[in-house]
Design a protein around this ligand. Sequence first.
Ligand code: SF4
Ligand code: SF4
Ligand code: FES
Length: 338
Amino acid sequence: MADTKKVIFKIHRGETVQGQFASRTEEFEVEYGRSTTVLQALESIKADQDGSLTFRRSCCASICGSCGMVINNRSRLACKTKVRELVDGVADKNLPASDVIEIAPQKNQPVLKDLAGDISNFYEKVDTINPYVQEGKEADKQVNKSSFEQVNMVSNCIMCGCCYSDCTEMAASPEFLGPAALAKAFRFVADPREGHKTERLKELSEKNGIWDCTRCGMCVDACPKDVAPMEAITKLRTRAMEAGVTDNPGAKHAIAFKNDIAKAGMLNEPMLLLKTLGVSGAIGQLGNALHLAKKGKIPSIFPHKVEGVQEVENIFKELDANPIEVETKQEDTGPGAG
Ligand code: SF4
Ligand code: SF4
Ligand code: FES
């Protein structure tokens, strides 16, 4: 290989032996050139150093979605990630330079062997949102190019699982539907031909759905196809509220939050809890409240306004007069663009 350098790959490996999962890390020295990808480096390790190294790949062109793995602590496609960029760092991509390249299987799913995870849960969750257009009375016969602007962007998803792997809510609540399934759900809610939009929005507003996303943004960073799942979730929330799907803790919390800020410029947290969860739900949080009280962290239940609340009121008046367009088309350069 002309003009090559060497770098160490530290690979997390593991497999089930006699019913017990045993993991280890192993280091391999790899030669790389200007355009060598992480996938090519793994192929060379498998061909020349250890044929038992296990990982998935197919297209080698960021299309099939099978080579998602954790590369230097973030989920990425191995076939789209250049070794040189990881070693040298790229300021524009917020990628620090690194002497060693660490490779691990995707997070939030069990490992089958080495870098290959069990992706059944990921696909089962996508399946639960009924990933197809359904006939029904809300179906619109008028379909034009502009009505597909939103659908195009989420249609670029290649089911690589990178967003699912990096999702912080998924780590805390494994039953959360997750960014890919929710982005896919938006693809059908936004499709003019879909006949059960409101029913979908009701289901998506239940526990483990759109309101459980913490808006951490990790899925947006992780997605190699610019699907921006968090944005799709925000749009689903907006559509659910517009469709009157508000009888759930997530929507109640959002409404109470907005009303508190609009009136006082600050939250009345005890009342926010009551308005979100109702009396019985709030009683269930008494243990937490006592814990906070012991630490002297219970906020006042008596409403008061921040200084200069008039400015906050003016912002809300302006927003009421000129609402922000949440569904602004984002630049769409993926294979579904056009
Ligand atoms: S923004 Fe929401 S869906 Fe995306 S990674 Fe964070 S919690 Fe998960
Ligand atoms: S939304 Fe992006 S990161 Fe998530 S599965 Fe689809 S292509 Fe992969
Ligand atoms: S091998 Fe197909 S996306 Fe990487």
